[in-house]
Design a protein around this ligand. Structure first.
Ligand code: FAD
Length: 521
């Protein structure tokens, strides 16, 4: 994936594209992949970096959603469990099984969750990851040595999947590119163009050069997540809001708070939701929250109240209480919840089902959904695009499309595992180009060659792209990331042929950004 090549393709294309996708998160990337594998010409435009928005800020679960089962949303759970199975088959280097323990503190908790999770197992059918089981108190403590033992009665263990969201996004982008899609970051759609009142393309600006483009297509798809309302208003200035953003915060702490290989699901927080404690790389993610916010932001900020909520609820279930000073990173994301018409509905009850909407002008908008169901969302959206754009009726192929880097029998303890079959090339790069051999950060297991690879092969354009999404340094340990920022920026500058002023500006921007990820004690 080379940005210069993508620009050349845009400039040289004479006919309209079959499909333009606005937005490079899970939804947009999935659509680009689906469309490319059906042999449509497809262009994806992302205003910032791929997965800069919600798609790098999830809880990192590929799951059926035990919580939705509790809410009686059986069809959503069925769909998500099926997609979980497909994803594991197509991206075994990116998704691994994770067992979750629900500790129980009252007499009914054990039987209640055991029965519920048996239903969950049954619904997964052949694609199940292992049977759920009731645990005695002793077994629960063996599985989670740091669990709060006061009044503990036992627990239940069940299985789901885990992934690295931003890495998955890049791998889907690369797969789409491998199949012929054109994808470009830092390219913002500024308006829609119309012919005879029908949407016939977009105007967009290359944010690196400020050059403006008018690009035609048979279909335009709005996959902008929490920014969907803005695109809908480009189409119709009086369009009603389709999206209601709801903020979810996570905090990251050291592994000693949850030293084993199991995750913990806290079934009942003080606001009636669930909270996860999930091992991720060599850290633990705690979250999340659910707070309606007034406006969409690419860099949402966690409030002290949200951080306290997570710390307090986690403390009830962990023997050692996590404190502000234990936090290594804080990140917030916005859920693109489909806004229900009419009366206010609590966010936790708004359906996570996706919806594909077609405006009277032919603009297609995909809203809602989950990372786990991105493939099905893309299938439904491209099916709609075929009808709207009068495109050739070709069937969806993505159930069988292997994701870039596909490799089986992965050692998930290897810090480079997510590169899959690309891993050897990254290691070789470090050996062949001596200046890029060696480690940038021991504690983050980050190599110099990863930085170079990100720029050369994964369209990373900024220091933030490399440290927040191509590697997950900023999300894992903000302070350590600041320590290596300058060295990293200098490597990127050499690769992108940038000068000292560029390095200085990148660092200034990054230091300010990192403040959002550093808890203020
Ligand atoms: C706290 C939280 C936890 C979650 N946990 C999970 C989980 O564990 N498992 C799971 O399956 N799902 C989870 N989800 C849901 C999942 O993350 C989202 O459903 C998914 O990431 C949404 O992707 P998207 O592509 O629709 O939106 P985004 O990722 O936000 O992508 C939209 C993109 O559009 C771009 N854009 C906007 N305007 C323009 C424009 N004018 N021109 C060009 N580009 C534009 C934005 O820059 C952005 O990158 C979670 C969500 C949240 C908030």
């Amino acid at each position: 994936m080379k940005r210069e090549e993508a620009i050349q393709t845009i400039q040289s294309k004479k006919d309209p594209w079959d499909i333009i996708v606005i937005g490079g998160g899970a939804s947009g990337l999935g659509i680009a992949l689906d469309a490319a594998t059906r042999n449509f010409s497809v262009l994806l435009l992302e205003q910032n970096d791929f997965a800069k928005g919600t798609s790098s800020r999830s809880t990192k679960l590929i799951h059926g959603g035990v919580r939705y089962l509790q809410q009686g949303d059986v069809s959503l759970v069925f769909e998500a469990l099926r997609e979980r199975g497909i994803l594991r088959q197509n991206a075994p280097h990116l998704i691994h099984d994770l067992s979750f323990v629900i500790p129980t503190y009252d007499w009914w908790g054990g039987p209640f969750y055991t029965i519920g999770l048996k239903v969950y197992d049954m619904m997964a059918g052949k694609l199940g990851l292992g049977p759920s089981q009731h645990l005695s108190k002793k077994e629960t403590v063996n599985a989670i040595p740091t669990v709060e033992q006061k009044e503990l009665r036992g627990g239940v263990i069940y299985h789901d999947g885990q992934f690295d969201d931003a890495r998955m996004a890049i791998s889907i982008a690369q797969t789409a590119h491998d199949y012929g899609a054109t994808l470009i970051n830092y390219f913002k759609v500024t308006d829609l163009i119309k012919e005879d009142d029908l949407v016939s393309g977009v105007t967009a600006i290359d944010k690196e050069t400020s050059v403006q483009y008018t690009i035609k297509s048979k279909v335009v798809i709005n996959a902008t997540g929490v920014f969907s309302n803005e695109i809908l208003r480009m189409d119709n200035p009086s369009a009603r809001d389709m999206i209601k953003p709801s903020q979810g915060v996570h905090i990251v702490v050291d592994k000693d708070f949850l030293p084993g290989k199991h995750a913990v699901l806290i079934p009942q927080t003080s606001d009636g939701r669930v909270l996860f404690a999930v091992p991720w790389y060599n850290k633990v993610i705690l979250g999340t929250t659910d707070t309606i916010v007034g406006q969409s932001d690419l860099e949402p900020k966690a409030t002290q109240e949200e951080i306290n909520f997570i710390l307090n609820n986690a403390a009830k279930y962990l023997a050692k209480d996590p404190k502000m000073e234990d936090i290594r990173s804080v990140f917030a994301g916005l859920r693109p919840l489909a806004a229900p018409e009419g009366d206010e509905v609590p966010t936790k009850e708004i359906s996570r089902h996706h919806k594909v909407l077609v405006s009277i002008t032919g603009l297609i908008t995909i809203t809602g959904g989950k990372w786990t169901t991105y493939r099905k969302m893309a299938e439904d959206t491209v099916d709609k695009a075929i009808l709207v754009g009068g495109l050739a009726d070709r069937p969806c192929l993505t159930e069988k499309v292997l994701i870039h880097g596909y490799l089986k029998d992965i050692n998930f303890d290897d810090p480079l595992h997510f590169y899959g079959s690309d891993t050897d090339q990254i290691l070789r790069l470090g050996l062949e180009e001596k200046q890029y051999g060696g480690i940038l950060s021991e504690s983050l297991s980050l190599r110099k060659s990863q930085v170079v690879w990100a720029v050369r092969e994964e369209m990373a354009r900024t220091l933030e792209d490399v440290l927040a999404r191509r590697t997950r340094a900023l999300f894992l340990d903000a302070k350590e990331t600041l320590r290596i920022a300058e060295k990293t920026a200098k490597i990127i500058a050499i690769e992108l042929n940038k000068d000292d002023l560029w390095v200085k500006n990148e660092l200034n921007y990054f230091y300010k950004l990192a403040e959002n990820y550093l808890p203020k004690i």
